[in-house]
Design a protein. Structure first.
Length: 262
């Protein structure tokens, strides 16, 4: 079977004053091209994952980047022999990734981006505390060596963990990561506001790392959970389709879950 469907995970923190007005036209643009998935719009930007015929997905990305506010929108690609979403949804949100803390804005304050090629050296430094900002069930599929698991059920619980984590006392150097880069990027804004001075995050997230770093040099262990029917991907970004699901993740699998990528 040929991999004829393109999957694009995308996000951009950008001030979208008219985000409510963008929804209907954006959904129509996608539906007309058989592009399915979930896009979240908020005043702080756009976030989501879509899947469809290659031409349709590329037209959508071009359409989004035609907006000067989204001109440098980042996306990561993968392929599938079938659709990985059942329908197209464009939702309006208070935040494109929900942290629920007032005043946190990566457009104004953000940590240091680290390219995948430089990530291994950073997280191998014993003076650096490595934090997985994803949920506990995502951590169960796989994570980086030395990564702390905050044991959160949702990203909204992360600020509370930061306040209580003994590993973060004395404000050490911190390196954070997530699936596509959006959660750890927002988390850096929180950490800087909390007084941490050296805060780093993996640019483009795990998906970017798996694409750029050869498996024989990788410090990633396991699979990466994704928010669609693929369930997880391996180091080659090939879909696993739920062939293996850790016990901690069974409650989110096999339920027609409306994932919010965050």
């Amino acid at each position: 079977m040929s991999n004829q469907y393109l999957i694009a995970a995308l996000y951009k923190f950008a001030t979208l004053e008219n985000y409510e007005e963008m929804r209907d036209a954006l959904k129509r643009f996608c539906v007309e091209r058989d592009v399915r998935g979930s896009l979240l719009l908020a005043r702080e930007g756009i976030n989501g994952t879509v899947c469809g015929p290659q031409d349709g997905v590329r037209e959508l990305l071009e359409h989004l980047r035609a907006d000067p506010r989204l001109a440098d929108l980042e996306h990561k690609e993968a392929w599938s022999h079938r659709h990985v979403f059942k329908r197209m949804k464009v939702r309006l949100k208070q935040e494109i990734v929900r942290l629920a803390v007032d005043g946190i804005d990566p457009n104004e304050l953000v940590g240091t981006y680290v390219k995948p090629e430089d990530w291994n050296d950073l997280i191998s430094d014993p003076d650096v505390v490595v934090i997985d900002t994803r949920n506990d069930y995502e951590y169960a599929f796989g994570t980086f060596e030395r990564a702390l698991n905050p044991n959160t059920q949702s990203f909204r619980e992360f600020p509370d963990w930061v306040q209580k984590a003994v590993e973060l006392e004395n404000k050490p150097k911190v390196a954070m990561f997530c699936t596509g880069g959006i959660r750890c990027e927002k988390a850096t804004s929180l950490m800087l506001r909390e007084g941490f001075e050296e805060v780093y995050h993996l640019q483009g997230g795990i998906l970017n790392y798996l694409e750029k770093v050869p498996e024989d040099k990788s410090l990633w262990k396991g699979e990466c959970f994704v928010f669609d029917d693929r369930v997880s991907v391996d180091h080659k970004l090939e879909p696993r389709w739920g062939e293996w699901v850790p016990e901690q993740a069974r409650h989110v699998i096999n339920e027609d879950t409306d994932y919010d990528n965050g």
